[in-house]
Structure formats: C-alpha cells, structure tokens
Ligand binder design. Structure first.
Ligand code: S1T
Ligand code: MG
Length: 538
C-alpha cells in the first residue's frame, strides 16, 4: 500500500463515500491513485468553490465526511470560503491538497502557486479547520491521518491534509482508526439529573433542534425523545429540514419576529427551552422579538451542556441524548399534525411571487412525493421556509452565496436522490455553471432560478442603492448549452406547467427561470430584515 492508498482507505473507513475535486500539477500523482485505486469515486467540477460546496452538501446529507481534493495554492486557496462555511456550519469536509515535494521546496526558487512562504496555505487552513497534517513523513503519516480523521468525525468540522507529490506513491502502512473518546458516565448522569429536574418543573418546555443532531446522526433518537418527553419541537433557522417527515410534533422553524407569531411566542415564553445541537448565531436568534434570555435555556452543543451558569464540559451530544432516553420512558405522546404550509397555487396569468413558488413546490410534492432541497443564500432560502419540511442543505448561518447549485449536485452524487435547487439570479451568476457537469454524471436536478434582476436581499436592507440592480441574463436560454433543458416562466400557470413537465424529464437537469416582478420579496425575508435592522438599533 502507498501513502495515497493508505489515506484513501482511511477516508473510506471513516465514512467518506465520494471525492469532489480539480487537479493541478502538484496533485496529479494523488489524482492518479484516486483513479487507479477506485477506493472512492471522483467527481471533477469546474471551479474550486463548487468543489467545496458539493463536498459540504454531501457531508451534511450523509452525516459523514466527504472529500474535497485540490491542487496547491491556486486550487486550495480558491476554496477557502467554502471550507470556512463548512467550519461555521459544522460540516465534516476533508480537504486534501497536493503540495510541492521536498527537493523542489529546497531549491531556493519561489515555486509557482506559492504565496508568502511554502507554509502559508497550511497556516490559512489552520483558521478554517479543526485539525491539519502535512503528510511528509511516511513513518508518522498513518498516525497523523488517524488523529485528523478522528477529530473530523467527533467534532463534525472540516480538516486539512497536505500530501507532497513526491511521496504519494511511496510505501506506507495502513491507518488504524482511533477508538471513541471515553465518556465520563457520572458527569453525564449528573447533568441529566439537573436537566430532567428543570424540565419536570417547567410549565412550558420547548425543544429546539439544530444542525448537530444531523451531523451526529441523532435525528431518530431525537424524534423518539421528543415523543417521550411530549413537548413541542421547533427547528432553528439553520436547522430547517431536520426531522423532516418525522412523527415528532415539529411545529416549524423559529424565526423570531420574522416567523409564525404563535411559534415565536411559544419559544420566547418557554420556561425551559431545550436547545439540542443549536448554534447560537444571529441568524438563529438575532430576530428575537425581545432579548431571548438564553441563560435560562438548556444548551447542548459543541460537546458541552450549559444550564444557566452551570457548564458540564465533555458531554458528547449522543451520550447526553442516550442518557435522557434511558431515563425518560413516559408513554409516547400522540403526534399532532405538523404546520400547514401554503398549497393550491392558482394556475392563472398573474405574475409570480416568492410565496407562489412555495405553493407550487408544495403542490408538486403532494403530487409526486417530496424531494430534498438545496438552497442558495437570498430570498430563495426564506421562501424555502414556506415549503414542506423536507431535507434541506443551505448556508443558513455563514450565509455565503454560490452554495445552491454545487450543493444540489453534491447531494445527488452522495444519495442518488433528485434534488430541487433554489437559487437567486445573483448567486447563479457565481456557481450556476457547475450544471454543465450534470451530463457526465447523469445528475438531473430541477433548478428554480429566482430571477428578480437584483441583489434583492441587499435592496431590502438599503433600497436607495442602485448598485443592487442586475441585468436580465435570460438563464433559460443558457441551460441548453450546459446540457439541460431551460424554460422561462412569468405567470403562475406557466410555473405549475413547467414543474409538472420537469417531473417527467429524467437524466437531464431542468432549469425553470422564474421571472419575479420588481421588489417582490417573501413575507419572511421582509420581516427578517425588519427584525435584524431593529435589533441593530437602526
Ligand atoms: N458574496 C457572497 C459570496 N456571499 C454573500 N452572502 C454576499 C456576497 C452578500 C450578499 C447577501 S445576499 C446578496 C449578496 C450579494 C444578494 C443575493 O442576490 P440573489 O442571489 O439574486 O438573491 P436575492 O435576489 O433573492 O437576494 C448576504 C446578505 O450577505
Ligand atoms: Mg436576485
């Protein structure tokens, strides 16, 4: 076995099932072993941001590591934003960058793709990954790989490997996976005692779930726990799509003053808010109608549990949930009907609003079964909150554009399921072109482009600025050249017909370019921006 095979086998052993990548001369030897060894399938894309976003989405939807393989310098540094997003939103992406070999690094010349020093890239990736290793010593490489991949899985964060091109094919021992970190059972039980005591004396306990429950594969356990506790469940904004199709009482998504008033009141007046795997970010809580006093919450995230001023460190979320389940054996409450999302789009010649798009998608799901969603940042993400609670991958906290299309491709590569991709015209201009890779791999997403000829989210914050105006790129015409089918719709009847037609077209992507009237925004976005602006005291 050589170094590359040792790394690839360890990646597979830790749950990776695919590699997205773009090679370069520093990475060609590694990519050669990827191709000849067949340990993991390789999907090459067109631009490194897309590689990172696709790996992020694959990692999220499978709750396991996914690999982004790139060349040194121009490749890896081109992917920094996507990996930063994965770090912020706890997606276990494994970055593998080719690197110069020892001899060429010590010739005294500046190497192509080099920045300040040959170590600059490693330093930059230290800031956006939870662990890193340069595999330049064949004796210690197996142990370094085991440590880094162990941290990737247990922390559910991106990690970084640099593999010098002269060592790729050198003999190397196989990697032995590290065993799970020991759990302090007594600490977990003491913590659960205090939590249960809090919940039992509460008049209106509420459970809010966040991304960690998917990252650590806990959705089924949480669904059971919610039913046994008999308390209402909401998701955080970033956690939208969690417990999709579950029978727990998922009432919807907490959005503060931007969301459903009843749900907001339930959360903000709860005297025991149990936050499981929720990131305390401004997009999750910045729009609270009043300062939600999180100090009274019970917050289990990032391997610790906080109750007011009490902190129980080193309590892995799974150990905490298992201990709660072992103690809560109350009869399961009967699940109540979930939130009713807008349906029954009128098929008429009226212009299309974002809420009409949600209605059309919900009607489509009712007729053809639900599909996973990949959404970009923009009003398309806020519109997704009015769509049925199905699996959703989206940058709801780090809020980067460019995520939607590559994420949809990564989702289909990882699961084989056809996704619906939601993307604004501005974000499509960034990474929409990755659709050109669908034909090679047989991917066939349905892509809904919200074409308002504008950076509309920014206009809602600052309406006086003209620079938010975009030209009309007529995306439907471009779809053909990318190997797909494109249709441009301006009325509600055309939208419904285009979706219905897309259902019967498989094997090619279908791009539905939805022309929105000027200044048409979803009600949720309008309230969200009002809430954030008020919160900033403007
Ligand atoms: N660049 C990147 C990579 N990500 C960003 N989030 C931004 C810039 C800032 C930004 C937004 S929302 C937005 C920008 C430029 C406009 C999005 O336009 P479009 O995709 O057409 O969607 P919509 O018209 O629905 O707004 C966030 C606030 O930071
Ligand atoms: Mg737009």
């Amino acid at each position: 076995m050589n170094l590359a095979e040792s790394l690839l086998s360890a990646l597979r052993d830790h749950g990776a099932r695919e590699i997205f990548g773009i090679p370069g001369d520093f990475a060609l030897p590694f990519f050669k072993v990827i191709e000849t060894s067949n340990i993991l399938p390789l999907y090459t894309l067109s631009h490194e941001p897309g590689v990172g976003f696709a790996a992020d989405a694959a990692a999220r939807i499978r709750s396991a590591p996914s690999v982004a393989a790139v060349t040194y310098g121009a490749g890896a540094l081109n992917m920094v934003n996507a990996v930063a997003s994965a770090y912020a939103e706890k997606a276990p992406v494994v970055v593998v960058s080719g690197a110069p070999g020892r001899a060429e690094s010590s010739r005294g010349l500046l190497l192509h793709h080099q920045v300040k020093s040959l170590d600059s890239q490693h330093q930059i990736y230290r800031e956006i990954t939870c662990d890193q290793a340069r595999l330049d010593d064949l004796r210690t490489a197996p142990e370094a790989i085991a440590r880094v991949l162990h941290n990737c899985v247990t922390q559910s964060r991106p990690v970084y490997f640099e593999i010098p091109r002269n060592l790729v094919a050198e003999p190397c021992a196989a990697v032995t996976r590290l065993s799970a970190d020991p759990v302090d059972v007594e600490a977990v039980e003491t913590c659960v005692d205090e939590v249960l005591e809090r919940l039992q004396r509460a008049a209106s306990p509420v459970l809010m779930v966040g991304v960690e429950i998917r990252r650590f594969g806990l959705e089924q356990k949480i669904e059971l726990l919610a039913r046994r506790l008999g308390i209402p469940v909401v998701t955080s904004f970033l956690g939208r799509g969690l417990l999709a199709h579950s029978t727990a009482r998922v009432l919807g998504t907490y959005m503060g003053i931007a969301g459903d008033p009843e749900l907001t009141q339930l959360v903000e007046q709860s005297d025991a808010l149990l936050l499981l795997g929720v990131i305390l970010s401004d997009t999750n809580f910045g729009v609270s109608s009043h300062r939600l006093n999180l100090r009274h919450a019970i917050h289990a995230e990032d391997g610790a549990v906080r109750l007011g001023h009490h902190i129980y460190p080193h309590i892995p979320l799974e150990a905490f949930v298992d201990a709660l389940l072992a103690r809560v054996d109350r009869p399961e409450a009967t699940p109540t009907p979930v939130h009713a999302y807008p349906r029954n789009l009128m098929h008429d010649d009226q212009p299309i609003t974002p809420t009409d798009i949600a209605r059309a998608v919900n009607d489509f799901f009712a007729a053809h079964g639900s599909m996973p969603l990949a959404s970009d940042m923009g009003d398309c993400l806020f519109t997704a909150l009015d769509m049925d609670n199905t699996e959703l991958v989206a940058p709801g906290y780090y809020a980067t554009m460019g995520y939607g299309v590559p994420a949809g491709l990564g989702l289909q590569a990882a699961t084989g399921r056809r996704p619906i991709i939601l993307v604004g015209d501005g974000a499509f201009q960034m990474t929409g072109w990755e659709l050109g890779n669908c034909r090679r791999y047989g991917w066939d997403p349905i892509v809904l482009v919200f074409n308002n000829r504008s950076w509309e989210m920014l206009r809602v914050f600052q309406p006086e600025s003209g620079f938010n105006n975009l030209d009309d790129w007529n995306f439907a015409v471009l779809a053909q050249g990318l190997g797909g089918i494109g249709v441009r719709v301006t009325t509600r009847a055309e939208l419904a017909m285009a979706l219905e037609r897309a259902a019967s077209i498989r094997g090619r992507f279908v791009l539905i370019e939805i022309v929105l009237p000027p200044n048409a925004v979803s009600a949720t976005l309008a309230r969200f921006v009002a809430g954030l602006t008020m919160g900033r005291g403007k």
